[in-house]
Design a protein around this ligand. Structure first.
Ligand SMILES: *Cc1c(COP(=O)(O)O)cnc(C)c1O
Length: 381
């Protein structure tokens, strides 16, 4: 494996407190895995909003393009404007949160594809089409039961009565599943049926419903395009079952110092951890300012990558810039300062950390801070 896009010199690795390793080979393997999962009649786009879920869109999106992805989803126009110069012209960039009033000309001029989420947005896009005599591509979203974005059944009737589908060039009709991470939820099938029923009101158009978890609900959810995000980044799209995806993210916290403490000695703010025996405490240079949640103290553990079988509990309160590990189980093992402890990675899965913290891996990834030394690994671009 070669590191082709290293954002700093070797020294920069040590001058940062923690290191984030992002495996672009695994990312591309995940893209290919999802492609096989849906078969070749179905296109696979990629959700790269929120800086590719915190992993760095300027590395992630071009890597996905090299893996064959030609449709990218971001939330806002600003995200789209940032992404446009990073991708060739044949890559479509779609704005999930739709066009705020007055942004239509900017969108069309910038080669961005709006997701039209309301009747008002469809009308404004139609005005642009009529005014310019052109038909820039758009996506039409229907509300199939999430009450977040998209035209209601009544909106769709007005849309059709106004003949707007003749004015617009709609490349996809889409909707979004609220409960896809719960494969047993009857709401999945309910939304699918509602989506398909709403689509009957329109001329036949390509359709898109599934994101990461929806892909694993079966072929009836695939339609013509799927829009995974989290699964590409190694998150488990099938909670409660083994993760079919490849591990993309590894987070290592660097050792700053370590000490043996006596029984009854306190560790960290508010003395939330008191040693009950002679205990070896390691201080790592990663804290809540790096997105490692303050409440993680006492709820999770780290490992030394060379000794993954030994679990090392995170003890006491997480500080802004550091945390404490109980490394008594390592005995007197020699640990040079700067030794990396795995906080997220092959031995400490993202989804396990998320459930220990009563959140989801999406939130952990998008909270990862700016101070890490980032390494992007790619053997064959
Ligand atoms: C974020 C998002 C996706 C991707 O969802 P994942 O669960 O990360 O795969 C797809 N579609 C829409 C509309 C989204 O907002």
């Amino acid at each position: 494996m070669t590191v082709l896009q290293n954002e700093g010199e070797a020294g920069a690795r040590q001058s940062a407190g923690g290191w984030l390793r992002i495996d672009l080979d695994a990312l591309k393997q995940n893209y290919t895995l999802l492609r096989h999962q849906v078969g070749h009649d179905v296109a696979v786009g990629a959700a790269v909003k929120a800086d590719a879920y915190g992993l760095g869109v300027r590395h992630v999106a071009p890597a996905l393009y090299r893996a064959g992805c030609r449709r990218f989803f971001v939330a806002t126009i600003d995200e789209g404007l940032g992404l446009r110069p990073l991708l060739p012209d044949d890559a479509a960039i779609c704005i999930l949160n739709g066009p705020p009033a007055g942004t239509e000309t900017l969108l069309a001029a910038s080669g961005l594809t709006p997701v039209l989420n309301s009747l008002d947005q469809t009308r404004r896009w139609a005005v642009l089409c009529r005014k310019t005599g052109s038909r820039p591509a758009c996506i039409l979203q229907l509300d199939s039961g999430m009450s977040r974005f998209g035209l209601s059944s009544e909106d769709l009737d007005s849309f059709c009565a106004d003949g707007l589908h003749d004015v617009l060039d709609i490349t996809f009709v889409m909707s979004h599943l609220a409960c896809a991470d719960d494969a047993a939820s009857p709401r999945n099938d309910g939304q699918r049926q509602r989506f398909n029923a709403l689509r009957q009101k329109l001329p036949t158009l390509p359709a898109s419903l599934a994101a990461s978890s929806g892909i694993f609900l079966g072929t009836s959810f695939h339609h013509d395009l799927v829009r995974p995000g989290y699964a590409l980044y190694g998150g488990n799209p099938t909670p409660h079952r083994a993760n079919p995806m490849h591990q993309v993210v590894t987070l290592l916290g660097g050792l700053v110092q370590d000490r043996w403490i006596e029984p009854d000695t306190a560790v960290g703010y508010s003395a939330r951890f008191i040693a009950t025996q002679k205990t070896r405490i390691a201080t790592l240079s990663v804290g809540y300012a790096d997105g490692f949640h303050r409440r993680a103290g006492g709820l999770t553990s780290a490992v030394l990558p060379a000794r993954p079988e030994i679990s090392l509990p995170v003890v006491g309160r997480i500080s802004m810039d550091c945390m404490a590990l109980d490394i008594t189980a390592l005995g007197d093992m020699d640990l040079p300062s700067g030794t990396g402890f795995e906080l997220i990675g092959p031995h400490r899965p993202l989804d396990d950390l998320a459930s220990a913290l009563d959140t989801i891996g999406y939130e952990l990834l998008t909270s990862l801070g700016k101070r890490f030394h980032r390494e992007y690994i790619e053997s064959s671009p």
